[in-house]
Design a protein around this ligand. Structure first.
Ligand SMILES: [Zn+2]
Length: 166
């Protein structure tokens, strides 16, 4: 474990997010084992929500899959590990509120909770299984060119022209 991972592990215990993750893992009757980087891998998660193959609460990464399959996708595990770091940076519980706001913003912008969600973008969209959708482009005119926005004349008057000299 690197010193950064150790620091994250301690931060997420102190900010309460890892204890919350363990409470969810125990309530959902998952099996919890030690994973790489100080993560705890909870497998065989069966609750309906959230609609995801994996999600992270503090240092606890909860997978619907079993242990072997969970560790067989290092890209997804790396993505979830970055969420674990985001919990530490956001002091635990505030991450959940900020994440929900970011997901709502993303749905409004792209119709997908991850595509324009800054936390998912920072964790890696592709590894998290999110499409890289762009917000809708500005409307096009009938000729296919973008509708020009109102432009303020920017003709710069040269000092000698203003003064009537050439
Ligand atoms: Zn994610």
């Amino acid at each position: 474990m690197t010193s950064g991972q150790r620091l994250r592990q301690i931060a997420n215990v102190l900010n309460g997010s890892t204890p919350l993750g363990l409470l969810i893992a125990a309530s959902a009757r998952t099996r919890v084992r030690r994973g790489p980087g100080g993560l705890l891998i909870a497998t065989d998660y069966r609750w309906r929500l959230p609609f995801a193959g994996a999600f992270t609460v503090g240092n606890v990464v909860l997978f619907r899959a079993g242990f072997e399959r969970a560790l067989a996708d290092p890209a997804l595990l790396g993505h979830e590990e970055r969420h674990s770091s985001q919990y530490a940076w956001c002091f635990g519980a505030p991450f959940l509120a900020l994440y929900l706001l970011a997901a709502g913003w993303s749905v409004l912008r792209t119709g997908n909770p991850g595509s324009a969600n800054m936390f998912e973008r920072l964790a890696g969209l592709q590894a998290g299984g999110y499409p890289d959708l762009k917000p809708p482009a500005p409307p096009l005119s009938t000729r296919g060119a973008p509708i020009p926005t109102r432009r303020v004349p920017t003709r710069k008057l040269l000092p000698w022209k203003e003064a009537g000299r050439d």
